[in-house]
Design a protein around this ligand. Structure first.
Ligand SMILES: [Zn+2]
Length: 151
C-alpha cells in the first residue's frame, strides 16, 4: 500500500483492528512519517433476483431455505442437508458472476439438487416452484423421474 501523501511504497502497519467483516489498519509512511488508515472489506457478489413479474429484489438465502423446508417437511432430509443444498446453489450463482439472476434459474438449481437428495421433496418443490399446475404435468414429471431412477 503506497503512501497517499508522497507515494512511497515504504509504509508500515502500526495498528490493526479486526471486525467481523472488515479489517482496519493504521499505517505510517517510512518516508514522510505521515499516518493514514486502510480498510479491507469483503465484497459480496450477490446478484439481484429478478422475479417473474420483473421486480428485482436482493438475493435472500433464507427464502430458499424456507421454500426447501416446506418441500422437505416430514422427509428424511436434515437441516444440514438443506444448508448444503443452499450453499451449493448460492456458490453456483456467485460463480456465474451475473449481476442479475431470474428466480427461475435459482429454482432450477435447487431442483437439480433436490432431485438427487430426495425425489418426494423434489416433486413437492416442483409443484410449487415450477408451477406444475395440473395432475397430468405432475404425473408426467413423476414418470420421468421413475424412468430416470430405473436407468
Ligand atoms: Zn509518505
Amino acid at each position: 500500500m503506497m503512501c497517499p501523501y508522497c507515494d512511497s511504497a515504504e509504509t508500515r502497519v502500526i495498528d490493526t483492528t479486526r471486525k467481523a467483516h472488515s479489517v482496519r489498519r493504521r499505517r505510517e509512511c517510512k518516508s514522510c512519517g505521515r499516518r493514514f488508515s486502510t480498510m479491507e472489506r469483503a465484497i459480496m457478489q450477490a446478484p439481484l433476483v429478478v422475479k417473474r413479474d420483473g421486480r428485482r429484489e436482493t438475493f435472500d438465502r433464507e427464502k430458499i431455505v424456507s421454500g426447501l423446508r416446506v418441500a422437505c417437511a416430514r422427509r428424511p432430509v436434515s437441516a444440514g442437508d438443506l444448508e448444503r443444498v443452499v450453499d451449493r446453489v448460492e456458490s453456483r450463482i456467485r460463480e456465474a458472476g451475473k449481476t442479475e439472476v431470474p428466480t427461475r434459474t435459482i429454482g432450477d438449481l435447487v431442483i437439480e439438487e433436490l432431485k438427487v437428495l430426495d425425489p418426494v421433496s423434489y416433486i413437492r418443490y416442483a409443484i410449487v416452484y415450477l408451477g406444475l399446475e395440473d395432475l397430468d404435468e405432475v404425473r408426467a414429471e413423476v414418470y420421468r423421474l421413475l424412468e430416470e431412477s430405473e436407468r
